[in-house]
Design a protein around this ligand. Sequence first.
Ligand SMILES: [Zn+2]
Length: 68
Amino acid sequence: MIHPDLLELLGCPLHDERPPFELRGNYLVCTASGHGFPIVDGIPHLLPEDVIEPNRLEELIDERDKSV
Ligand SMILES: [Zn+2]
């Protein structure tokens, strides 16, 4: 589990203003643009090549909800 304070510190690296992330399942979702980054083994993967587009992110989160 990622501490909420850490989410605020991180901020989305794809924007100069570093908007905060929202935690949704195992993904950090950018509150500015809606894209996400995966959290793998408790570690956020925030490299540009790890970015998940908003459409794909919704699918991933939906799939996860269905499997619970
Ligand atoms: Zn962003």
